[in-house]
Design a protein around this ligand. Structure first.
Ligand code: SF4
Ligand code: SF4
Length: 131
């Protein structure tokens, strides 16, 4: 499962919180996306399903805001014209053509880079934040 982690800039560089949580929980946490600026840090991490509760709890104890990303990308099938532009730009291989040359979506692969959202000529794609 993917988690969205947010932390403000107050002690961002003082504490390697992701490394600490990996050591504390033994979870293999994969950082899929990280944005760090003067305001703080936002990360999307992939956590094994059996460790999600434990990992989320450890991050929360360190003052990190944790959200589960239940849905990563919204695809409006009604708008889609199956042009394939999203297949060309997606770095994670989320989109493909099925045997009928219609778009198939494997959402679990999404790293939420938003490239496809900007590339879709019909605005059929949008990024969605989970709970
Ligand atoms: S880029 Fe948009 S319109 Fe084209 S196949 Fe992908 S979702 Fe459909
Ligand atoms: S947000 Fe990025 S990884 Fe996710 S489907 Fe769009 S292009 Fe692919």
């Amino acid at each position: 499962m993917k988690l969205l982690l947010k932390r403000d800039s107050s002690d961002l560089h003082a504490t390697p919180y992701t490394a600490e949580v990996i050591l504390e929980t033994g979870a293999k946490i994969n950082i899929e996306r990280a944005n760090v600026d003067a305001m703080g840090a936002t990360l999307i991490v992939d956590v094994p399903n059996d460790k999600v509760e434990q990992v989320a709890e450890h991050f929360k104890r360190k003052g990190v805001e944790v959200r589960r990303l239940m849905k990563l990308i919204a695809w409006d099938e009604e708008r889609c014209i199956h042009c394939g532009a999203c297949i060309a730009v997606c770095p994670a291989g989320v989109f493909s053509f099925n045997q009928s040359w219609a778009i198939a979506v494997e959402e679990s692969k999404c790293i939420r880079c938003d490239v496809c959202v900007k590339a879709c000529p019909l605005s059929a794609l949008a990024s969605v934040e989970g709970l």
